[in-house]
Every structure is written in C-alpha cells, then in structure tokens.
Design a protein around this ligand. Structure first.
Ligand SMILES: *Cc1c(COP(=O)(O)O)cnc(C)c1O
Length: 429
C-alpha cells in the first residue's frame, strides 16, 4: 500500500473499506450524513480520543453512551485487569453476575430478576419474546424515531441510524414480521390509546427519553399515560432504558419520572464500555425464561466476567454526587450552546435530559421524529465539520445525542462551547 503518499488515517480507511461494508462495524460510525470521513481512533483518555494521525478530540460520542466514567477510567481499567488475570470467560456461573444483578435489582424497584445478554439488541428482542409468551399476543406498539436495536420486529421507523441513511425501513425484514409492529408518533398518547384499544398488544415498547432521534424528552403525562394504557389493555410495558438506565439516575428514567416498567431493558452504562445487555422485571414474568420456563434465550458470552467487572466498577462511581455533577455539566453545555447559537443568530434549540443533549437546527420544540426531521440537516453537517476541525468529535448525525461523562470537566465544556461559537459563526456568515 502506498502509505508514503497517504497519511495514516487515510491508509487505514482504504484498507477497512476493502474488507468491511463502509469500512465500519456499525453504520452510525460512517460520516455520510455530514461529509468528510470518520477518524480512526487509537486511544481514549478521560474526555478525549486520539486518532491514528495523533490528533486529539474532545469526545462527545463516548461510545454512544456506555462511557459515563470517560475513557480508561483508572478504577474501570484496574477492575478489568484484575479479572483478566483470572480468565476471560467460563461458560459457567460466576459471582460477578450475581453482584451486578443485585445492583440492578437494588436500583430498579420494578426489577426482581435479571437476565444478562451481550447487547441492547438482544435485551429488547428477548423482552418482547417474554411479553408475547405471557400475553399470548403477537402485536407490539412502538414509537417512530425510537431505536430498540436491530431485531426484525423493531426496525420499523427506528430512528437515527435508519433516519440518517434515509432508509424507510430495513431490507430483508419479512413482511409477516413487520405486520405485527404498529408505529405511532412519540408523545402521541391518543394515537397509542387508539391502537392499544383496537388491537390486542403483547407489548408497548418505548425509550422513556428518546435518544435516537436526538434528545426528545417525554411530554408530561406521556409515560404515566402509557403505564395506564398497558394496565387497561393487558399489554406489557417495556421501557427500553439501554441509554437512560444508570445515566439519568441510578434507577434510570423510572426513578427520574416515577414510572414503573413491566420489563426493563438495559445495556451501555451497565457494561462500562464492554459488550453487555440485560432485561429484567417482576419474578412473575422472568420465571418464564429458560431454564425456569418455556421462553428460550441463551448466549455463549452472556454475563461475561470482564464485562461484569467493568460494569460493577462503573456503577461503583455513580453515587448521588456523580449524577449531580453530570446534570451540572449538562446544564453548562446546554446553556453555552444555546447562547452561542443565539449570539450567532442561528435558529437552534438545545434539548436535554441530564447528561444527554442535542442541538437541533430548528426553532420549534422537537417532540417527535417529524419535528426532528424538519431540522436543517445541511447546517448540522456544516456544524459537525466545523466542530471536528476545532477538535470536538460529535456524533455524525442530527438525530443523535451528545453524551457527557464524569471526565468532562468545566474547562472541557467551555472548550466545546468556544468551538461551537466558531462553528456557528461560520454557519451565520
Ligand atoms: C443502543 C441502543 C439499543 C441497542 O443496543 P446495542 O448494544 O447497540 O445492540 C437499544 N435501545 C436503545 C434505546 C439504544 O440506544
């Protein structure tokens, strides 16, 4: 390869694209929507990542949510290293799984038992299987713009990755499977009620704060309304807390909004940067899962000891003060970005829940996917490029959240705001 004429990142990109679709292992990592090319990252340090050309960026992707402690937090690294000495996988029960399960049960009053899996995708698809088994019904209701992983029944109107690439749905999903998924707009309780009363639903599945169409918090009463609707119609309420669990609060959105799920899906933060997912709920529901019951679900690396160790070390950092700090940092960034846009005269709206936020290039509140899509995507692309050249790595889509970690201090937030002032001034010009 003619690496003499290319810089290190360009050479890596060409090799990757030759052997992997789009050169990526997950489509959201490609930069198609914003132009330019994704950096190749070789290291992470606290709030920053470093690419193969040695450039440093403030990281507001944070692995799309898991890295609530930042990159290579010493306590997390030490926990992984300790476990590494003892082996990487046993294929038998290990005490670490029980410890992490106890942490989850303690944090979520609605969860009495947990099953670990290896991704959020597995968590949601398995939770739906339980919901279908317990209700004897097939249909599910989801909300446009919510992403629940890439299982066939959940790919209808599935938010960021799909929206960014302008795919209506995915190819390869059987029509028979898609027929059992009904989709209505986020925050539209009336539409949800109409569907739930008309058609026997196995499950209503929702992101309690939507994070996959950009940050869209629930309207007051939306989650409570879904809870009541599930009770009225016998549907199982599945709260997909893969992003929000242990991020908005220890008990996730359920603690923050005082709402109770029948089944809760977790992932991201509970693995501390290693591959993990989990689903859980009342014993009455979870006892249907094999080997106690007839719902089959398994995994070679489920409950992996390295992932359990990383998750436990991460959760140990998340005391009340940590959430206060994340909220404080989120507010500082929200305020800084909103002022920067206003000062530049660029219509924009910052929406936030704790340490999750999105700067939408629109002047009206974003309450659902249609509103999110009305944002000025060309402006977002310009903003993204402007931030990247100023050393700030944003998710390469308008329909994603910025994620903060405990490693992002005030100085780093101010660095981001100052970069945003420069990038927004370019847009205004
Ligand atoms: C990321 C995500 C998933 C899927 O998790 P993976 O580990 O990527 O499979 C599911 N639900 C929500 C809300 C997510 O943000």
């Amino acid at each position: 390869m003619a690496t003499g004429t290319l810089n290190a990142v360009a050479a890596l990109r060409a090799r990757a694209a030759a052997v992997m679709p789009g050169g990526v292992s997950s489509p959201v990592r490609a930069f198609r929507a914003v132009g330019g090319e994704a950096p190749f990252i070789v290291a992470g340090e606290g709030p920053r990542v470093i690419d193969a050309d040695g450039r440093r960026y403030v990281d507001l992707v944070c692995s799309w949510g898991p890295l609530i402690a930042g990159h290579a937090h010493p306590a997390v690294v030490a926990a992984i290293a300790r476990q590494l000495q003892r082996g990487t996988s046993y294929g038998m029960p290990s005490p670490l799984e029980t410890e992490l399960a106890e942490e989850i049960v303690d944090a979520f009053p609605s969860v009495e038992m947990v099953r670990f899996v290896s991704s959020g995708t597995e968590a949601t698809m398995s939770a739906l299987r339980v919901a279908r088994a317990v209700t004897g019904r097939d249909a599910i209701l989801k909300f446009a713009g919510c992403y629940h992983g890439h299982a066939d029944p959940l790919l209808a109107k599935a938010g960021s990755g799909v929206a960014t690439l302008s795919l209506p749905d995915s190819a390869g999903v059987p029509a028979a499977v898609a027929r059992d998924t009904v989709t209505v707009a986020y925050n539209d309780l009336e539409a949800a009620a109409r569907v739930a009363r008309e058609r026997p639903l196995a499950a209503i599945i929702v992101e309690p704060v939507a994070g996959n169409m950009g940050c869209v918090p629930p309207d007051r009463g939306f989650l409570e309304g879904l809870r009541a609707l599930a009770d009225e119609t016998g549907a199982i309420l599945v709260l997909d807390e893969v992003i929000t669990g242990f991020r908005l609060a220890r008990g996730g959105a359920q603690e923050r909004f005082a709402v109770r799920a029948d089944l809760t899906c977790l992932g991201k933060v509970i693995g501390g940067g290693l591959p993990v997912g989990a689903y859980g709920g009342a014993r009455r529901l979870m006892k249907l899962v094999a080997p106690l019951g007839p719902v089959y679900q398994a995994g070679t690396l489920s409950g992996n000891p390295l992932a359990m160790a990383a998750g436990l070390a991460t959760l140990a950092l998340l005391d009340r003060a940590a959430y206060e700090r994340l909220d404080f940092l989120g507010a500082r960034l929200e305020d800084g970005l909103a002022r920067a846009a206003a000062d530049a005269g660029v219509p924009a709206r910052v929406q936030r829940a704790g340490s999750l936020l999105t700067l939408f290039f629109t002047d009206r509140p974003v309450r659902n996917e249609d509103h999110a899509r009305s944002s000025d995507l060309a402006r977002f692309a310009t903003f993204h490029r402007g931030m990247l050249v100023r050393g700030v790595l944003l998710p390469p889509s308008q329909f994603e959240c910025l994620f903060l970690s405990l490693a992002h201090d005030e100085a780093v937030i101010d660095e981001v705001v100052s970069a945003a002032r420069g990038a927004l001034a370019e847009i205004a010009a």
